[in-house]
Design a protein around this ligand. Structure first.
Ligand code: PEP
Ligand code: MN
Length: 336
């Protein structure tokens, strides 16, 4: 349920209303907009009499919200959420470029790639330390050592790091990570999502292999329900009948999510395409669709990459793409 307040509501009446709702075990999320303040009510709102609230002097309107996601719902929070990571802001009109290898392989590799993507305008460094691989015989990532190498690369470049967590037991190792990534395969690992909700680091949730928008938003809701509202959504392609590409990039997700939620939307063209040559064009299309940023796999020696070499672009290509993306983003912002 949402309660739209009249402009400049009487403070005493407002606090009486909030106290009354809390007594009824309803959580109240306040969103202060330019014109109106909105109260998002979460809990068993079926027991709340909407007519009673509507009749109050300070209330403009009361609406029941049908969607099962509340905190993530734009109706609860009309303004775009901006997630602050170090000096950079994700969402709210900026263009975030996360770039780096699929997996961390050595200090030399991660530092060299970090330096080159930083020089080309990347705002975050990606790199997997714990890798969810289809085969147990494939490289599983460097684990805790990989996280240490990412921190060295951050120190060398100043780029915040985004890296994937696979299990709740790994959480203590992620204390010093800037953005915690939940991979597609873990989108519905509800225990993991709950624990990520109880800590403050921003969480980027990738769309599950065949997840609907609602299922994906419910995963965001798990994190937000725990109190962590620093959530970012990442579309990385979904499973379809087509096998030419690794997945099918759903760019329709950008306008749909814009309508349904206030959370920032990042596009991963690399895992969607599965082919490096497709990444530049898909990236341009993603910016044209209005995303808040991209996460792109970049490797300095894709032929010998331990993971996802065929879809990794080279640092030189990233430099060209980043330039185009910034140009397009600036054009679209100026001509909005
Ligand atoms: C990755 O980012 O390297 C990754 C494993 O992505 P996804 O979870 O989208 O498959
Ligand atoms: Mn990968």
């Amino acid at each position: 349920m949402i309660v739209v307040l009249k402009q400049n509501p009487d403070a005493q009446q407002l606090s009486t209303l909030i106290d009354w709702l809390k007594e009824k075990h309803i959580e109240v999320h306040t969103s202060t907009g330019e014109l109106h303040t909105i109260l998002g009510l979460v809990g068993d709102t079926a027991a709340i009499d909407a007519d009673l609230i509507s009749a109050l002097d300070i209330v403009e309107d009361v609406k029941r919200v049908q969607e099962p996601y509340k905190n993530a719902n734009r109706k609860f929070h009309p303004e775009n959420t901006v997630v602050t990571v170090g000096d950079t802001q994700i969402g709210g009109g900026t263009l975030t470029l996360m770039a780096g290898p699929c997996s961390v392989e050595s200090e030399e590799q991660i530092v060299a790639i970090a330096k080159s993507v930083k020089a080309s305008g990347a705002t975050l460094l990606r790199g997997g330390a714990f890798k969810p691989r289809t085969s147990p015989y494939s490289f599983q990532g460097m684990g805790a050592e990989g996280l240490e190498l990412l921190k060295i690369a951050r120190q060398e470049t100043g780029l915040p790091i985004v890296t994937e967590i696979m299990d709740t037991a790994q959480l203590p190792l992620f204390k010093d990570v800037d953005v915690i990534q939940v991979g597609a395969r873990n989108m519905q690992n509800f225990d993991l999502l709950k624990q990520l909700g109880r800590q403050e680091k921003p969480v980027m949730i990738k769309r599950g292999l065949s997840a609907t928008y609602e299922e994906w938003l419910m995963s965001a809701e798990y994190v937000m329900a725990g109190g962590n509202h620093n959530v970012i959504l990442c579309e990385r392609g979904v499973r379809t009948f087509e096998s030419y590409t690794r997945n099918m990039l759903d760019l329709g997700a950008v306008p749909v999510l814009r309508k349904l939620t206030h959370l920032p939307v990042i596009i991963d063209p690399s895992h969607a395409a599965g082919k490096a040559w497709l990444v530049p064009q898909l990236s341009v299309a993603a910016v044209a669709a209005g995303c808040d940023g991209l996460i792109i796999e970049v490797h300095n020696d894709p032929e010998h990459a331990a993971c996802d070499g065929p879809q990794s672009i080279r640092p030189e290509t990233f430099a060209e793409v980043a330039k185009k993306l910034h140009g397009l983003h600036n054009y679209l912002s100026e001509n909005a």
